[in-house]
Unconditional design. Sequence first.
Length: 229
Amino acid sequence: MTVRIALIALGALAIGSPLSGATAPTVVDVTAGKPSEFAFKLSKAIGIPSGIVVFHVTNRGAVPHGLKVCAAPVRVRAAKANACAGPATRTIKPGGTATLTVTLPRAGLYEYLSSIAGQPAKGMKGLLGVKVVTAPPAPAPGPTITTTAPPVPTGTTASPAPTSTDTGAGSQLFVNLGCSSCHSAAEVRAMGVPITSALNTSHPLQFPNGPLTASQISALAAYLSGSER
């Protein structure tokens, strides 16, 4: 299924209600019925900004399908619902399309599933990771300060600036990977689940840049265990 997601600024009160202050939409195309008959394929399912989301659904399968988005976020890390309250498309025949517009006002995990009875139980469901996005305040104007590097003594060479070989410390990774859009560090620590290489296969959502490296997992483990320096 192809999903087009139009995003605007935070301000909705409930799922299905409009927001004001619209910005240019982000469009994501997705397919239903492929790669298997009872599956959804979304090009983006994590780090979706809160607000209005427009799903443009295309049925590429051989039987009718439909999309429903559950109205309330969940705290679990896997899609379990086979039925829920929330808006849904009409039944989409093979080769057909439909559009579903919802409002996801809060950060969290929202389940989506087929609106056709019996299909969610066959695995036609998943999770959307939503985060609240706010614009940072504009920096206050200040004086312009010009500095001059001290001269290097004759007969010596300047030391090269240090470089980083990874994406950053664990706390930075927690934000950059979108982890903070679904759960807090305190919540992960309270779960007591060790951060190991198994994270690449046990995590319900894909990481934006593919599986984590060993150094990234070590940095996250250090941050979440409180031993990061």
